[in-house]
Structures are given as C-alpha cells and as structure tokens.
Design a protein around this ligand. Structure first.
Ligand SMILES: Nc1nc2c(ncn2[C@@H]2O[C@H](COP(=O)(O)OP(=O)(O)OP(=O)(O)O)[C@@H](O)[C@H]2O)c(=O)[nH]1
Ligand SMILES: [Zn+2]
Length: 191
C-alpha cells in the first residue's frame, strides 16, 4: 500500500467508528461506502497540509518599473474551521505594490488553494497569504482581505445565518498610507 492508501484506510476506519459512536449503523446500505467516501474527500480537501504556501508563487517576472497597485479580487475559497471541522468559505481580495518583481495572476488562486486545503482559522489564513507574497516578491506593500461565512456559526452554535467575518492584514506601505488603502478598497468595490 502507498502512504496515501494507508492514510485513506486509517481515516475510513475512524469515520466508521464515529458513525458507530453517534448511534448509526455503518453497515446499512446508505452508509456502507461513506467511510471511504469521506476518506477520499479528506485527502482532497486537506491536500495543503505541510505544503509551503510560497511554492505557489514560483514564476515571477520583472515588474518593468510598474509602480502601481495590482489587485486580484473575488478569489473564492472553501476551507475547514479547525475548531469544528466544518466548512467556512468566501472570497479573498489581494492587493500589492511591487518593488522589482511581479507574479503570474493565477498564482494568487493557487496560493489561496494551498492555504485553504487544511484546517484553518480565518486570521491565520489571511496572514499566510500575505506572508507568502511578502516573502517571495518583497513588494513595497501587500494587503489581504478575506471574507468568510462560518458554518459553525450558522448551522449550529449561535446560529447567526447572515453574519460574515472580514479579516484584513496590511504589510509595508499599506500600514502607513491610508490613501493607498482607500485605493484598494475602491478597487475591490468596483464591479
Ligand atoms: N477567531 C476565530 N474564531 C473562529 C474561527 N472559526 C471558528 N471560530 C470560533 O472558534 C470558537 C471555538 O469556541 P469554543 O468555545 O472552544 O467551542 P464551542 O463551544 O463549540 O463554541 P460555540 O461556537 O460558541 O458554540 C467559536 O467561538 C467559533 O466561532 C476563525 O476562523 N477565527
Ligand atoms: Zn468552527
């Protein structure tokens, strides 16, 4: 068996045990394949565990003296709240002002995939995105804003179905210059 197959068999075994523990019959027809299905899903949705977010930002290009802001917005993500292991999801907006390097636009979606495919809290996910961009591109500044709807607050617990959480992290020039932050805000509001 490969490591993946061993991991999958182990997850399936424990999912079966959970089904028994909650009073279900894991042998009934509808549940027979559920442990394997959930194991396959976990391998997929937790594929980012142990992956360095910076590896998403491999191909960089010369900024060619471009001094403006670059905003990539509305990157959707689905991740798992690490407290309850149920999803939270929403959009990521990223803005940065380069020094000498830029990166391919699709790489921000790849970066978002890596940090969201692991048990998360929204604050850490926001910081992991900003830190990876700062670490690879050394830009003049970077700002990351994440909006999230947490099923642990909607489907259970406090049951606030319409509440959303916004986390925003500013690094470099965005910390010092509020007019640049306003330019980012205008960009993400423009449809
Ligand atoms: N800061 C932060 N909190 C989160 C995030 N996702 C879930 N939480 C919170 O994590 C907390 C866990 O609180 P606990 O008191 O340990 O767990 P609980 O008894 O299930 O809490 P309730 O959700 O209030 O019922 C809850 O307040 C959740 O709303 C996140 O991304 N960031
Ligand atoms: Zn939660």
């Amino acid at each position: 068996m490969t490591i993946k197959e061993i991991e999958k068999a182990s997850v399936a075994k424990y999912i079966r045990a959970i089904l028994e523990a909650i009073g279900e019959d894991p042998n009934r027809e509808g549940l027979q394949d559920t442990p394997n299905r959930v194991a396959n899903m976990y391998i997929e949705v937790f594929a980012g565990i142990g992956v360095d977010p910076k590896t998403a930002l491999t191909t960089t290009f010369d900024a060619e003296n471009y001094e403006g802001m670059i905003v990539v917005k509305d990157i959707d993500y689905y991740t798992f709240c690490e407290h309850h292991l149920i999803p939270f999801f929403g959009k990521v907006d990223i803005g940065y002002i380069p020094n000498d390097k830029i990166v391919g636009l699709s790489k921000f979606a790849r970066l978002t995939e890596i940090v969201s495919k692991r048990p998360q809290v929204q604050e850490r996910m926001t910081k992991q995105i900003a830190d990876a961009i700062e670490g690879v591109l050394n830009p003049k500044g970077v700002i990351v804003s994440v909006e999230g709807q947490h099923l642990c607050m909607c489907a259970r617990g406090v049951k606030k179905t319409s509440s959303a959480t916004v986390t925003t992290l500013k690094l470099g020039i965005f910390k010092e210059n509020s007019s640049i932050v306003r330019e980012f805000e205008r960009s993400i509001l423009t449809k």
